[in-house]
Design a protein around this ligand. Structure first.
Ligand SMILES: *Cc1c(COP(=O)(O)O)cnc(C)c1O
Length: 390
């Protein structure tokens, strides 16, 4: 008999692997590389995949399985596989699905290492990528060729916080029989479930909002049984699996995802509203500000605007640097989705390898500042930015 589906918060807390003989309340950590068999027949049947059971932690482990089951419930997915990092998830998922000669159509505004994977490494296996502008989905169909296999995107984008219409992308993918993959890390499964809008696979870096406390690296891919099985076959051989320790940390973190992300979003909206009116700020961008160009799309596909706010300090690079050196409370760091607020200057750091034109094409001007708004009291976050702008 199938159990009745519960609300997001309840599934995040109550999805738990079977209790051990000790009847523990909170799930234990299964730090074991391998599992034992009853007898020769049990072992034979297990390796022949006639039984669904743990064999070796490179394939599966109880802690990873719990983490995967939670994310599948959150995303409305059938199946998943957990990885040691977000990039392990991105690489292994694409490597499992693509053949030499295949073609990817990707949004220009994607995570830096994903962009490097597409431009520096995939070409050596004869896998080509064409890019579309996140603000111009009308030109995507013109990029499709007979070898195109995948449409790849992120929304909201980093660091420009542009919002892509997932339903429109899903419809293009369906019409042309392409696999539609979304890196949903910026939204988290609490704010946005791309499978509802036609995504075939959803990838996350668990390092960001899922952990939410800047402790562990992790990644996950979820979607249909059919596609995830291909990802699983490739990954159990090549070995990018998540460690049971990190899986345990992540599964605990997901218990508080909803309450944490609610506060991240409330703080971020308040900061964005404050910045938008500030006379030393050129512009502020946040998906749930009415002034955001894709505000209506954001409202349609997201529960709230996420933790990242982008803005531009008036006065260009020099004033931007002075502003940065005056920050006292916020961390100057490259991570995001942490309980501690983090501030970055993409033009001089994460995106410094791009030319000025390339940066502008993905929405980064010299004075663009990205804040990952944390869980400190909003008055203290605003006070620090206020004194630094001052
Ligand atoms: C951080 C990030 C990744 C990579 O995740 P790691 O866990 O650092 O490997 C991929 N995509 C997005 C959007 C990210 O922010």
């Amino acid at each position: 008999m199938s159990e009745q589906k519960k609300q997001f918060e309840t599934e995040a807390i109550r999805t738990q692997i079977e209790r051990s003989q000790f009847l523990e309340h909170s799930v234990p950590m299964y730090l074991t590389s391998s599992f034992v068999f009853e007898d020769a027949e049990d072992m034979r049947a297990s390796f022949a995949e006639e039984k669904d059971r743990n064999i070796y932690s490179r394939y599966a482990n109880p802690n990873s399985s719990e983490f995967i089951e939670k994310v599948c419930k959150m995303e409305g997915a059938e199946s998943g596989f957990a990885f040691a990092s977000g990039m392990a998830a991105v690489f292994s998922t694409l490597a499992a699905l693509l053949d030499s000669g295949d073609h990817i159509i990707s949004s220009k505004s994607i995570f830096g290492s994903t962009h490097s994977l597409f431009t520096q490494f995939f070409p050596k296996w004869n896998i080509a990528t064409s890019y579309f502008d996140a603000n111009d989905l009308d030109n995507i169909e013109a990029l499709i060729t007979p070898t195109t296999k995948i449409i790849y995107a992120e929304s909201p984008t980093n660091p420009g916080v542009d919002v892509l219409d997932l339903e429109a992308l899903g419809n293009i993918a369906k019409k042309h029989g392409l696999i539609f993959i979304i890196d949903n890390c910026f939204a988290s499964p609490y704010l946005q479930q791309p499978i509802k809008f036609g995504a075939d696979l959803v990838i996350h870096s668990g390092t960001k909002l899922m952990d939410g406390q800047g402790r562990v690296l992790a990644g996950i891919t979820v979607g249909s049984h059919e596609l995830v099985d291909k990802v699983y076959r490739f990954s159990r051989i090549t070995g990018p699996s998540l460690s049971p320790f990190n899986a345990w940390v992540l599964s605990k973190s997901l218990e508080t995802l909803a309450v944490r992300v609610d506060r991240h979003c409330a703080n971020a909206l308040e900061l964005a509203t404050y910045l938008e009116k500030h006379d030393k700020v050129e512009w502020a961008k946040y998906p749930f500000l009415k002034s955001h160009p894709q505000y209506e799309i954001a409202k349609k596909q997201m529960k709230a605007g996420g933790c990242v706010v982008a803005f531009e300090v008036k006065g260009g690079l020099e004033e931007g640097r002075r502003f940065f050196n005056s920050i006292k409370l916020l961390s100057l760091s490259a991570n995001l989705g942490d309980s501690r607020s983090i501030i970055t200057h993409p033009a001089s750091t994460t995106h410094s390898k791009l030319t000025k034109e390339e940066r502008e094409a993905v929405g980064i001007s010299d004075g663009t500042v990205r804040v990952s708004v944390g869980l400190e009291h909003i008055q203290d976050i605003i006070a620090d930015i206020e004194q630094a702008l001052g």
